[in-house]
Design a protein around this ligand. Structure first.
Ligand code: ADE
Length: 317
């Protein structure tokens, strides 16, 4: 027997008084409605499998989590955080969509939007590195996506190239919200939701190469850890490797704490300037998202009208 979770795609209008007595039954989709194919992703607690709707032939990415394993590893909380975050961010083109959740005896299933062009790490690896034009196109989308999360009260905390997927139009989509932090909201006088961005949380270490020095130094971090990770990714696009990389995690952490990195020969000066202003240990001196968007490197990007999301992707040379 398959139980269906709250299917957020089948939002039905609230029945009015005139609703006829005999209603058409709306049968929610379940696991049996999909044909499971190859494994397309792997996480610490999950496996992502390509799932095709038997009915519509539409492709999805099904994230499968083993319940017993989650309980044993005390990771149940992270699954609910991921679901809450994805539901909250569900209308954005910059985050993978969550269509529904299911469960059976052994597993939990997240039916996610399928991003057919792989992840950003593979894209960079395939090409060694990206040119300035590509760095501008992808960099603008990544920072705009992070901005969107923060304005919705969500800190990702594990922003890295593997968690940035590419859709059919080569637009980026953030994924993997299992380690996100959901900020408390307050209602301001304008009745607009505001979030306490000053929240500092004792947190886990994301991924060594992209972790911020404040997390390593005092085990506390806030939304600015995502901006640090963006700086690391921007560096990596040009250099072909992340700025802080060593033979083991311990040595990587030491480099992060000392902010010890070197630009590769020919690294464009304008991106050098931007990276230098992001990879700053002092949180108050690190550039804010607005300042990054205003940097000369992004002078040709219009962040206000959203056109950066409908541009023809640059050719990768
Ligand atoms: N790998 C992990 N999640 C994925 C998704 N949503 N689409 C494609 N590949 C993925």
């Amino acid at each position: 027997q398959t139980k269906t979770g709250n299917d957020i795609t089948s939002q039905q209008p609230t029945p009015s008084k005139e609703t006829p007595k005999v209603q058409k039954h709306i049968i929610k989709k379940g696991i049996k409605d999909f044909k499971f194919g190859t494994v397309i992703g792997d996480g610490a607690y999950s496996t992502v499998i390509l799932a095709t709707s038997i009915d519509t032939k539409k492709k999805y990415a099904a994230k499968v989590l083993n319940k017993e394993y989650l309980i044993r590893q005390k990771k149940v909380k992270y699954v609910s955080i991921e679901k809450t975050a994805l539901q909250k961010l569900n209308n954005s083109h910059s985050v993978v969509r969550l269509f529904s959740t299911f469960q059976d005896e052994s597993s939990l299933y997240f039916l996610l939007e399928y991003a057919p062009n792989g992840d950003f790490l593979s894209l960079m690896k395939k090409n060694g590195s990206l040119d300035e034009n590509c760095a501008c196109y992808y960099g603008a989308q990544i920072i705009d996506a992070i901005d969107y999360l923060h304005s919705n009260g969500i800190i990702h905390r594990d922003i890295k190239p593997e968690n940035i997927l590419l859709d059919e139009e080569m637009r980026i989509k953030l994924t993997d919200f299992g380690t996100a932090k959901l900020l408390d909201s307050t209602v301001s006088s304008t009745s607009k939701q505001k979030y306490d961005l000053s929240t500092r949380s004792k947190s886990f270490v994301g991924t060594a190469e992209y972790v911020s020095p404040e997390l390593l130094n005092d085990s506390f971090t806030d939304y600015r850890c995502d901006i640090w990770a963006f700086g690391c990714i921007l560096f990596q696009m040009i250099a072909g490797k992340p700025p802080f990389k060593a033979t083991n995690e311990y040595l990587t952490f030491q480099k992060v704490m000392k902010v010890q990195y070197a630009f590769t020969p020919g690294f464009p000066l304008i991106i050098r300037d931007l990276v230098k202003k992001i990879l700053i240990k002092n949180l108050d001196q690190r550039l804010t998202i607005s300042q990054i968007k205003e940097h000369y490197f992004f002078k040709e990007v219009n962040f206000k009208d959203g056109t950066l999301w409908s541009k023809i992707p640059p050719e990768i040379k």
